[in-house]
Design a protein around this ligand. Structure first.
Ligand code: ABC
Ligand code: CA
Length: 471
């Protein structure tokens, strides 16, 4: 599928080993141990309605190829980022047929499959590595000479030295070598075709020279979203001409700061978005927006006030890019840094009537309604109608989102002079299903309760039968 196809989508990110088991059993899983817990692709197939019922129409699964086996000083390779054989699947997660069936089942449901791919490195459990253990290229000369990345301000160091640590050095592929480049271009083409993938999430993009990427992305032939792990808008912007889209890391950090406690700064969030809209090749439209992922502590590991949680969770669904929700957030998981943020989802029981599950489902429904209501919605850049440190009004017509970091005890109020509605237009806050009217200038003045955000749409575009189903 193309970038345009993906723009309408909403992505559920999962770690295959931790999402669901083949037989629906719920084995214990101690995240601190960093061991395989038995999640599989067949498990994902079994639980697709859980994902789809929340309104997601795409999944991003963790990397699929064969990894280091056995325990290392950094645990087992349950996350999938430690490849040793590019040509074989990781048998812990199932067979070729299982992965193909996952794609087929997704497509029958009208959903997309995104594969996570790692081109930057292979992984070893000794230093120096045993190069002969890698497939297919197994010579020392196929890799950059050993050096750790030590200077993130030196791009050559970032691109040609190694990630990882002495337990598991991430042996840096020599992506300056034509044969290696050619191998990976063929590899991605075959992988996408073989498993009918609709898109790829590309790992460690900033660790390979920029001009490697266009041919790789073209060979993939489907939408690509790159991980450029940096909070710097300009640094990330430099990659927006080389891959289709980027994960919105620069907005992630101010987003977390804005809603972590009641003294965060919503102005910083708005300013970062405005800078990104200017700096990126396609504004903020071709980004993937998230509040949590597998590499950062979950939001509720540091902030559990449910009003703040719900405000923060709202952001990815109302901004210009593609929303991404990391599995477990909807169940209120609280794991801290890697490895604690990779809890087994089966321990939650996949319960559908929890407040955050309903919150997510409502946000997906609101975004879908806005997309269906206006052909311009996806290409309308968000504007900030009123901004302060503690409240924010985000206009993306026909949607108006009102955020606050006052917290549960607060009674927020927003006043937006012109929210692009017609005089007296009938409006609904989809989060509460409360109805009210725009004023005679198309503006909105409302009060909230308990520090909750509001996501506003015209009654005419939001099917209110949704509200019956909420009750
Ligand atoms: C393992 C263990 C952990 C242990 C760790 C040392 O080793 O599991 O318990 O703590 C995979 C696994 C991990 C594993 C690693 C290393 O491999 O998932 O569990 O950790 O073996 C991607 C993936 C990630 C994956 C890999 C490796 C890469 O999303 O899941 O990890 O294939 C760098 C890379 C980035 C990478 C990330 C983990 O490391 O750039 O691609 N993610 C700064 C640097 C970043 C750096 C980041 C974290 O620190 O600039 O380049 O990311 O080290 C902002 C700044 C940023 C700054 C951040 C922290 O703050 O603007 O520049 O990022 O404000
Ligand atoms: Ca590299």
């Amino acid at each position: 599928a193309s970038a345009e196809n993906w723009q309408t989508r909403s992505i559920y990110q999962l770690v295959t080993d931790r999402f669901a088991t083949s037989d629906g059993s719920a084995p214990p899983c101690d995240t601190g141990e960093r061991k395989y817990c038995n999640g599989t692709w067949q498990g994902v197939i079994n639980q697709l309605s859980y994902i789809q019922d929340m309104g997601f129409d795409a999944i991003w699964i963790s990397p699929v190829v064969a990894n280091l086996e056995g325990d290392t000083g950094d645990g087992e390779a349950y996350h999938g980022y430690w490849a040793v054989d590019q040509n074989t699947l990781n048998s812990h997660f199932g067979t070729d047929g299982d992965l193909q069936l996952l794609a087929e089942t997704l497509h029958q449901r009208g959903m997309y499959l995104m594969l996570d791919v790692v081109v930057n490195h292979m992984a070893a459990d000794t230093l120096p590595p045993n190069y002969a253990s890698f497939t297919p290229f197994d010579n020392q000369s196929d890799f950059h000479p050993f050096c750790w990345i030590t200077d993130y301000n030196n791009q050559t160091n970032v691109e040609q030295c190694w990630l990882g640590d002495t337990n598991v050095p991430l042996v840096d592929n020599n992506t300056e070598d034509d044969d290696i480049v050619e191998f990976f271009n063929d590899w991605i083409k075959n992988l996408v075709n073989m498993y009918n993938a609709d898109g790829v999430r590309i790992d460690t993009v900033k660790h390979i020279r920029k001009d490697f990427w266009p041919a790789f992305v073209a060979a993939a032939g489907v939408f690509s979203i790159g991980e450029v792990l940096s909070g710097d808008v300009q640094y990330v912007a430099n990659y927006t001409g080389y891959v289709d889209s980027v994960l919105d890391y620069p907005t992630y950090y101010p987003l977390v700061r804005a809603f972590n406690g009641t003294s965060g700064n919503l102005t910083e969030l708005a300013e970062t978005v405005k800078q990104s809209q200017k700096a990126y090749r396609l504004g903020e439209f071709m980004t993937g927006s998230f509040l949590e992922n597998a590499d950062n502590p979950r939001f509720q590991s540091f902030e559990t006030d449910q009003a703040l949680v719900k405000n923060a969770m709202t952001w990815p669904f109302i901004q210009d890019g593609i929303p991404i929700l990391y599995y477990g957030q909807e169940q209120g998981y609280t794991g801290g840094n890697d490895p604690y943020n990779r809890e087994a989802l089966w321990l939650s029981g996949y319960v559908m009537d929890k407040p955050l599950v309903i919150h997510v489902r409502t946000l997906n429904a609101a975004r879908k309604a806005a997309i269906d209501a206006s052909s311009d919605y996806l290409n309308t850049a968000v504007e900030f109608a009123s901004v302060s440190e503690s409240s924010l009004a985000v206009v993306k017509s026909p949607m108006l989102t009102l955020l606050t970091n006052g917290g549960s005890g607060s009674t927020p109020a927003w006043s937006v002079a012109d929210a692009n509605y017609s005089a007296g237009e009938a409006l609904i806050d989809v989060l509460t299903c409360d109805e009210f009217k725009a004023d005679k200038n198309g503006g909105v003045s409302v009060q909230g309760e308990n520090g909750m955000p509001k996501v506003v749409l015209p009654v005419s575009v939001f099917n209110s039968t949704y509200c019956n189903h909420l009750l």
